[in-house]
Design a protein. Structure first.
Length: 189
């Protein structure tokens, strides 16, 4: 049985990103970690942290507690994706955050996810049918800007419902892609 890693708190990850001067947002890092875990073999966590440091053009190592938080995040994503109960959740701002902030974070999460998927080595010739359509949808979602969505600041019941549906679509898309790529890698491995 694999070791359980506690989930990472969104606000704690935001603070780490700010204090460590990382170029990626908290949502983007979680999405990136998820994307990296879709295509075996999975990038080692140390390589991912090196990639994060390079993206932020950091010349100094991360503080031990920041590095530990990122390692915990990476391992927690791996465990959550392996669960058969579909319990994997996107790491996004709480529901009490303004809707515009949550929409922007969702777009950043998907951008990170797509970047992680690319870094994992997914090639266009590996993408067909429903997987290709799902990835196309995710590309569109990654380009959402809250300022473009009429009523994003209205915070009305319909806007909240739409956000919840969009978030659930992304979550289920990740699980579908995980199942597709892992089973595909197993069949071809």
């Amino acid at each position: 049985m694999r070791q359980a890693f506690p989930p990472v708190d969104f606000d704690e990850l935001v603070a780490t990103c700010d204090l460590a001067h990382l170029s990626a947002s908290a949502a983007e890092l979680h999405g990136q970690a998820a994307g990296l875990h879709l295509m075996p073999p999975v990038m080692p966590v140390e390589q991912w942290i090196t990639m994060i440091r390079a993206d932020a053009e950091l010349t100094q190592p991360l503080a031990e507690e920041d590095q530990q938080l990122l390692m915990n995040l990476y391992q927690h994503v791996a465990l959550a994706l392996e669960q058969t109960d579909l319990s994997f959740q996107l790491l996004l701002p709480d529901d009490d955050a303004p809707l515009s902030q949550r929409l922007d974070a969702l777009a950043q999460w998907v951008q990170g996810f797509l970047m992680g998927l690319g870094s994992a080595g997914v090639k266009n010739n590996q993408i067909h049918g429903e997987v290709k359509e799902t990835l196309s949808d995710l590309v569109e979602i990654s380009q959402i800007e809250s300022s473009q969505i009429e009523g994003a600041e209205a915070e009305g019941e319909d806007a909240e419902k739409d956000y919840a549906e969009l978030t659930e679509y992304v979550r289920m898309a990740v699980l579908l892609l995980h199942a597709s790529f892992v089973s595909g890698a197993t069949a071809h491995g």
